[in-house]
Design a protein around this ligand. Structure first.
Ligand SMILES: *Cc1c(COP(=O)(O)O)cnc(C)c1O
Length: 418
């Protein structure tokens, strides 16, 4: 038994499962205290894009920490934030003219929801209803749980969650039902629709076509319902393009970015807004300002890491790495798909996913069994229920990816689900 006082997230301490200690990371590799080398096949929960301890990001963090570590951001500003905001304006869709900083994916979505409600209030047409998609995930705070899927994760908090309208996930062949449901919900006068573009991550790596995304955006535009794209997971190249929205040729009214924003090195998030959303809050009346802040808003060290991430995107062949990884995912998944336990293999950009055997819930014992087996094989994979997905850093070497898929093949044989 461990004598650590730490209470870990999404961890059942009553089971006494081992909690390995990691001492060093480089590229796609993690080194543990026991001397094991573990391949990080889930980018340390979807954040690490260019690999662990990227020298350029590490140097930017060290340099900035020695110059200006932290400064209040209400009524003050600093160079790294100004530079980052300008870069994001250049890189991201043209209609997103304003950059609001926060610290995590959850807070970026909370900010988006607050912006949407403020927009409607200040236009003199208060609207509060938020539209969401079944199986969506937007974070673990009360607000983001409210707009996410309800289940075992938030059963205890359900009485506090606010009411939303949920439209069905656009399953293959049933896309029209989703569009019709969205159209109906928009007609009732909603404030905003919040959605994960192309891939629903925590909901089980569910994928839907860009065409449907474009049509959903069009419906919201026709009804004046704000379209919030939560690209916290899909942003920064995950789906094969810088943003998933790009593949649908759409621009949201509000965009949430976090995980890959600093290359996954340090917490930071932004919520980007269109000029009308910003303008609704701009006034000579202080009561209309945007009432949101946290102590570390736009922390200079985090912004410096994000600027290094942007520089890597601009100066290193990141898109080539993404294309190569995507191609290898296609090949490896095709080989694995012949295994009798593999169901519904699918891929979007650098993300590959499939189900194991027949359906089982997140809390069934299949996931922890597989997790333990992967750990024995020194591969960091964390199945979502019976969904196995591979989402490595873009720098993973071909041989390392092969090892990941060999481990998956072995684990499938060992759990022998038909
Ligand atoms: C991870 C995630 C979040 C929450 O981000 P945190 O940084 O964990 O708060 C929100 N939305 C999506 C789509 C995510 O994948």
């Amino acid at each position: 038994m461990s004598d650590s006082p730490i209470w870990h997230p999404f961890t059942q301490h009553g089971l006494g499962e081992p909690i390995p200690e990691v001492v060093r990371g480089e590229g796609a590799l993690l080194h543990t205290k026991d001397g094991a080398q573990v391949i990080d096949a889930i980018s340390s929960w979807w954040v690490t894009t260019h690999g662990h301890a990227h020298p350029r990001i590490a140097a930017a963090i060290a340099e900035q920490a020695a110059v200006l570590d932290q400064i209040i951001f209400a009524g003050w500003t600093h160079g790294p934030a100004e530079q980052l905001a300008r870069s994001l304006r250049e890189l991201m869709p043209a209609s997103l003219t304003r950059v609001f900083f926060s610290d995590s994916g959850s807070t970026s979505v909370e900010v988006a929801l607050k912006m949407a409600l403020g927009y409607w209030l200040h236009r003199g047409e208060p609207r509060h209803r938020i539209l969401v998609m079944d199986s969506g995930y937007h974070g673990d705070t009360i607000g983001t749980m409210s707009v996410g899927a309800r289940g075992a994760f938030n059963r205890a908090y359900k009485p506090l969650l606010f009411d939303v309208t949920s439209i069905p996930f656009p399953a293959e062949g049933a896309e029209q039902q989703t569009l019709d449901a969205l159209e109906n919900a928009c007609r009732d006068g909603a404030a905003a629709f919040v959605v994960e573009p192309l891939v629903l991550g925590a909901g089980g790596m569910l994928m839907y076509p860009a065409q449907t995304l474009a049509e959903m955006r069009g419906i919201c535009a026709r009804h004046g319902v704000l379209f919030i794209a939560d690209e916290v997971m899909t942003g920064w190249g995950r789906t094969g393009t810088l943003l998933a929205c790009e593949q649908a040729g759409i621009e949201p009214d509000i965009l949430c970015l976090s995980k890959g924003l600093t290359g996954g090195a340090i917490p930071l998030a932004v919520t980007m807004a269109s000029e009308p959303v910003f303008d609704a809050h701009r006034s000579e009346d202080r009561a209309r300002m945007f009432f949101h802040s946290s102590s570390y808003t736009a922390n200079p060290v985090a912004c410096a890491a994000a600027n290094a991430n942007v520089a890597i995107w601009q100066e290193e062949p990141v898109m080539d790495r993404i294309a190569a990884l995507s191609e290898r995912q296609v090949e490896r998944l095709a080989m694995l798909a012949t295994h009798q336990s593999v169901r519904n293999p699918r891929r979007m950009g650098t993300i590959a996913a499939f189900e194991v055997g027949t359906a089982a819930g997140y809390l069934s014992d299949l996931a922890p069994r597989m997790l333990a087996l992967f750990r024995e094989k020194n591969v960091l994979l964390r199945p979502l229920g019976n969904t196995i997905y591979v989402m490595p850093p873009y720098c993973i070497e071909a041989g390392q990816l092969d090892q990941v898929y060999e481990a998956i093949g072995e684990v499938l044989n060992e759990v022998a689900v038909r």
